[in-house]
Design a protein around this ligand. Structure first.
Ligand code: IVH
Length: 700
């Protein structure tokens, strides 16, 4: 039955009203449940309401709106982007700029193949695949039984940020790969990984920036920055609006390599399966053919609606790739041909001084808008005062500007100048207004205020960061917010983070019940951190990880540490590894009145004691790593480099970056390359991660 109002318009029937109410109510329950961990109604009631809505919507299909809970899976807003480890580390590519680089690259891997008795020239065609090098952000998408399960950014190569919900918002991504669900033929691809690049198309970039400008918001400087900013969003709806694209180019798991045999066949599979990839790719059989493919791609560059910064040349057959292997940083079976940087001229209109998180002031050039590679550029870094003087730059100069791929544009030189308007040094810090200083022994200009909000953000980030208190989820954005909301105004107040009330935490952007609970838990956990991490967290000049450990061993707790006096200078200098300069820095830091207050506050939170260190050092004396020099190389799926380094040090060893005759042990991960070869030549003990862990365990 339809009802009409006096003016002839349709008014809602009871059912329609009920549908709208249910849609609204269910969404609210979902929001509370997913974001704040609160169940406002029991599961039974929720299910009954959901069923009622579904039934009513069936009767009144015209009431089904696209964001009805029945149509759309609820996408929770995250408060912190979680970190996730890659199954296989994501390494980057080596570069080639000239034909010679390319021939040298081929020589290197052909030699490796020859050692294994493989003649590259005898291999079946095509030997190479050449494709565009996308200028975006590397992404890994994992599928289980053909169903998309997660997407992780490159991060440090070992672990990246989990951006699953955001990638679901990109129309090019496939939520399910139907072939992989055909159990028999693809049983070996139960876990399947796609790697690719997320980019923002140039046309989308212009539209996004135009809208941002209309909204009086900061615009993005390059499509790549725009892609990064749009992907790393806590709210996936923003990612959706930004209309990103993906191009896939690798399947890194060994099972896929066995399955497909060659990259060419993998690309055919992509085509069949509708997996977004570069339509332009070239199968080549010699480097001459590779060079002409690169030229073709280069000629097409401006015509692409996405930024590319080169071409990637890859060995086609996976069996060969396996033999050729990788160095610690990049595969030997592929190389990136980088296009030469594009140069343009523009005017240096002004110089702005920006304060970094260490208090250093960096000059940034404001340039007259200029297009490079279809991208508008109006900023360039000038690094420091020396750089300005070396290039003899003045305001108003016509300057030569270069942008090469993902690199921030740089000024190469001034090509016309009337030398009337010199670049002046700021007397005061643009953030806090304190006077600036320039130490005679450094190039940098600094803010003299050690509690300058910008510096404070950096200090707090260091204190809570991975190498100090390692408080999970306490990232830079939270530190910035704490300082901006003036919850902490001096570094000596940093112990306050342990006593913030819920209402104080609620002032942090996107912090709701669940994130506050997680934060409180992480803070509690951090109270068990060893004493040296706290000392490191103080950010005393020259006191890094190693010195912090040494200092922690010499004092029983923070209170004892705080009683270092001038008379202790000699004692301090006598401690191994601590020279006059560091001893002086430590004493000056410790004796400051507000630092004394800080130590008291920290002591009452941590009850610091150095027995962890003593216990550590006693236990490790007999350990198999005691006083051993270890080199770590290759990829490890279960550990980050930092974790392994800590494990080595905890067991009395120390890590070195290169293999020499003094190296005791080489810990070799996946695709260990030249270091392993060198260790073999020098007859150094080589262990894999399983043997390494067993040896440590056996010593306990
Ligand atoms: S293959 C083992 N192919 O460039 C590395 N990478 O500078 C295999 N990239 O980390 C990567 N386009 O993020 C490959 N067609 C392409 C690429 C590509 C862009 C990125 C990738 C890589 C970076 C290295």
């Amino acid at each position: 039955m339809k009802l009409f109002s006096d003016d002839g318009g349709e008014i809602e029937s009871g059912e329609r009203k009920r549908i709208r109410l249910l849609q609204k109510e269910i969404k609210e329950y979902q929001k509370e449940y997913y974001e704040n961990n609160i169940s406002k109604v029991s599961d039974e009631v929720f299910d009954a309401l959901f069923l009622e809505l579904k039934t009513l919507e069936k009767q009144y299909p015209e009431c089904v709106v696209s964001d009805s809970p029945t149509q759309k899976i609820y996408t929770p807003q995250q408060t912190v982007i979680q970190k996730t480890k890659h199954i296989v580390p994501m390494i980057s590519l080596g570069n080639a700029f000239t034909d010679t680089d390319l021939f040298d690259w081929e020589d290197r891997f052909v030699k490796i193949l020859e050692k294994e008795g493989v003649v590259f020239l005898d291999e079946e065609a095509p030997r190479y695949i050449v494709e565009p090098k996308f200028d975006g952000l590397g992404i890994s998408c994992v599928y289980e039984k053909g169903k998309f399960v997660r997407a992780v950014t490159r991060g440090d190569g070992e672990e990246g940020e989990n951006v699953t919900e955001n990638v679901k918002m990109i129309s090019d991504y496939s939520s399910s790969l139907s072939s992989l669900q055909a159990v028999d033929k693809y049983a070996d691809l139960e876990t399947f990984e796609l790697r690719g690049e997320i980019v923002m198309r140039k046309s989308v970039f212009s539209a996004v920036n135009a809208q941002l400008e209309l909204d009086k918001k900061k615009v993005f400087s390059t499509p790549r920055n725009a892609a990064a900013g749009s992907l790393r969003q806590l709210n996936p709806e923003i990612t959706k609006e930004r209309n990103l694209s993906i191009f896939f180019y690798e399947t890194p798991l060994p099972s896929s390599h066995l399955h497909f045999g060659t990259y060419e066949k993998t690309l055919k599979f992509f085509e069949k399966e509708g997996i977004s990839h570069s339509k332009e790719y070239y199968a080549c059989n010699s480097l001459q053919e590779v060079l002409s493919a690169i030229q073709t791609i280069s000629d097409m560059r401006d015509g692409f609606d996405f930024d590319i910064d080169g071409a990637v040349v890859k060995v086609n057959r996976y069996a060969l790739r396996n033999i050729i292997g990788a160095t610690g940083h990049h595969p030997r079976w592929a190389i990136a041909w980088k296009f030469p940087a594009v140069q343009v001229t523009t005017i240096l209109e002004a110089v702005e001084w920006q304060v970094g998180r260490t208090g250093v002031l960096t000059p940034v050039a404001h340039l007259k808008d200029v297009m490079i590679d279809g991208v508008k550029v109006n900023r360039a870094t000038l690094h420091n005062l020396d750089y300005i003087q070396e290039k003899d730059l003045y305001i108003g100069d016509t300057v030569l500007l270069e942008r090469s791929g993902d690199v921030i544009p740089k000024i190469l030189k001034s090509i016309a100048s009337d030398k009337k308007n010199p670049i002046s040094l700021p007397d005061v810090c643009p953030v806090c207004g304190s006077v600036t200083i320039k130490n005679t022994d450094e190039v940098a200009l600094r803010c003299s205020n050690e509690d300058c909000p910008q510096v404070l953000k950096g200090k707090l980030e260091h204190f809570v960061g991975k190498k100090c208190l390692n408080i999970k989820g306490f990232g830079a954005e939270i530190c910035d917010d704490i300082v901006e909301k003036k919850l902490i105004t001096r570094f000596s107040e940093c112990a306050k983070i342990y006593s913030f009330s819920v209402s104080e935490w609620e002032q942090i952007k996107n912090f709701k019940k669940k994130s506050i609970d997680n934060m409180l838990l992480a803070l509690e956990k951090s109270k068990k951190q060893p004493f040296w991490r706290l000392i490191h967290g103080m950010g005393i000049a020259g006191v890094g990880e190693k010195t912090s450990k040494t200092l922690a061993k010499s004092y029983s707790n923070f209170l004892e540490f705080s009683h270092i006096s001038n008379r202790s200078l000699e004692n301090l200098k006598n401690i191994e590894d601590i020279g006059e300069k560091i001893a002086h820095e430590v004493i000056t830091f410790v004796q400051k009145e507000d630092h004394q207050e800080l130590f008291l506050a920290l002591e009452s939170v941590f009850h610091t004691r150095n027995f962890e260190n003593t216990a550590e050092s006693d236990a490790v004396k007999e350990g198999f790593l005691y006083e051993k020099k270890i080199v770590i190389t290759g990829g490890f799926s279960q550990f980050t480099r930092n974790e392994l380094k800590e494990l080595v040090e905890k067991n009395g060893g120390s890590c070195m970056s290169s293999v020499s005759k003094n190296t005791d042990i080489l810990l070799a991960g996946e695709k260990a390359g030249s270091k392993k070869v060198k260790a073999e030549e020098l007859g150094i003990k080589i262990v894999d991660i399983d043997a390494f862990l067993l040896l440590i365990e056996a010593e306990k």
